[in-house]
Design a protein around this ligand. Structure first.
Ligand code: ZN
Length: 496
């Protein structure tokens, strides 16, 4: 028996226009290496860094969303190591006084996997990214190159408590951060481009037969850049550590923390260089940068400019609009624009549940089919709300509303956008208006029953299904009749 202990260190690239200590662009530009550089990010002698205020603002926004404390006073430290992609010979980071600490995120896991889980955040600090080493691009087996376009890009490192217990939880944590940070517009979180990546610290607490517990050595799996790889790497590492423990009995006391990489092609982790201890980095305060103080006014201004978090939105969709937890999550997971679309539609038509049905089924399906973003979708919230309202007021049936909805999308994208008048035109042209005239419906029913003595006899003989054919015929005569009303009337008549 063992427990799995997982902590994540997540690196998030902030979406600033320029780098953290110089004016170079942060654009992702792998095709033109070393064009976004200057004496500061090349680490030339005498060049002096100046902090990018926007990076600090975005970092604070992130920390507030993670329920962290914000330090009123914070400073910069040099983390020293030698690597070709780090031209200064040190990275500017934060050591003992990070700008924020002590937060948490809540994960919505399925009930069977523990329900809501609160995962602690130890700290979040700011630092600069390194460049990128490219090995053997020439194919001659000996050349290595360095691209410093990325050197000096602002990063927030988020360090979680070792509160995660399964690979699925770790994946959900990363997904939750992705959703949170894109909602807040602090990062594009593009994982292929490395804007969101994580290191996973994994070990096992093994329960021995005598009731004691021992821990296996901690392994840090570096640079995981997809949700799936993170889950796979942790699953693999758990099995590997368990086998190793069974064979060697090695515990945390016998071995220092080890560093491994993940090979997605083979689905395995492999050993990398040994992890440096903090002392090896010889941290000391950077003399070129002034410490940063964060005032209460600054904090409240940032807080005032923040949108609702995905967790708060899920909660509000359930309490205010009576959505199920599942529907609320589906909408929120689509991102802020779809959540806004839902909010506007639900508020305009006054029926959150109907709005949720339309958004999660019809709208998402059509977006997918048409490969469109919600912003370019031809049926915008006022239109959808008007359609829903007509269904609620029984002016058209749900089936007819779907027909109108597709009709609104039919026109090519070059045509002017449909309006509420277009809805009226479509309803009139297709004869979809709901018929409320009881006299007309009754007359049609009498005629249909007379013409179909066999179906009538079948129904009266106990074959419920026979009613279906009769309802269908009446509906064919009076397009726009409410099928539920027709059904009620036919059954009432035949049951006399
Ligand atoms: Zn620069």
């Amino acid at each position: 028996m063992y427990d799995v202990i997982i902590g994540l260190e997540v690196h998030v690239q902030l979406q600033t226009r320029t780098k953290i200590f110089c004016g170079c662009s942060t654009a992702f530009n792998p095709d033109q290496p070393n064009v976004q550089t200057c004496p500061v990010c090349l680490g030339l002698p005498g060049a002096l860094p100046v902090m990018n205020g926007e990076a600090l603002r975005l970092a604070i926004k992130t920390a507030l969303a993670l329920n962290c404390q914000i330090a009123p006073f914070t400073k910069w430290d040099r983390k020293q190591y030698f690597y070709p992609d780090l031209p200064k010979g040190y990275q500017i980071s934060q050591y003992d006084l990070p700008f924020s600490f002590d937060g948490h995120v809540e994960l919505e896991m399925p009930e069977a996997e523990g329900g809501t889980r609160r995962i602690g955040i130890i700290r979040a600090h700011l630092e600069e990214d390194a460049g990128k080493n490219l090995h053997d691009e020439s194919g001659r087996g000996r050349d290595s190159m360095v691209d410093l376009n990325r050197a000096g890009t602002p990063l927030v490192e988020i360090v979680s408590q070792p509160d995660l217990r399964t690979a699925a939880e770790a994946r959900t944590m990363l997904q939750e951060l992705h959703s949170l940070l894109t909602y807040l517009e602090v990062s594009d979180c593009n994982m292929q481009e490395g804007s969101l990546r994580c290191d996973a610290n994994v070990n096992l607490h093994v329960h021995r037969d005598d009731g004691t517990k021992v821990a296996t050595p901690i392994v840090e799996v570096k640079n995981l850049n997809s949700f799936r790889f993170t889950e796979q790497a942790i699953e693999y590492e758990v099995q590997r550590q368990w086998q190793e423990f069974l064979q060697t009995g090695k515990t945390i006391k016998d071995a220092p923390k080890a560093t491994r990489g993940f090979d997605p092609d083979r689905g395995v982790t492999f050993p990398m260089r040994e992890k440096e201890e903090a002392a090896d980095y010889r941290y000391f305060p950077d003399p070129d940068l002034v410490p940063v103080t964060i005032s209460a006014e600054q904090l409240s201004a940032i807080r005032a400019g923040m949108c609702e978090t995905p967790a708060a939105l899920r909660e509000r969709f359930q309490s205010e609009f009576e959505l199920s937890a599942y529907d609320a999550a589906v909408i929120v997971d689509q991102g802020r624009l779809v959540a806004d679309y839902f909010l506007q539609t639900a508020s305009a038509c006054g029926d959150g549940k109907q709005a949720a049905n339309w958004v999660t089924q019809d709208v998402l399906r059509e977006l997918k089919e048409r490969r469109q973003e919600i912003g370019e979708f031809r049926v915008q919230p006022p239109l959808l709300a008007s359609l829903i309202e007509r269904v609620v007021k029984k002016q058209i049936s749900l089936k007819s509303a779907r027909e109108v909805f597709l009709g609104l999308l039919e026109d090519g994208d070059e045509q002017p956008l449909p309006t509420i008048a277009t809805i009226d035109e479509l309803i009139a042209a297709k004869g979809l208006a709901m018929v409320q005239d009881d006299g007309a419906i009754d007359a049609a029913i009498v005629a249909v029953l007379e013409k179909n003595p066999k179906a009538v006899a079948d129904f009266q003989g106990g074959k419920q299904a026979a009613a279906g054919a009769l309802i269908g015929q009446v509906m064919k005569q009076i397009k726009g009749a409410d099928a539920a009303v027709v059904r009620e009337k036919i059954i009432a008549r035949l049951s006399r």
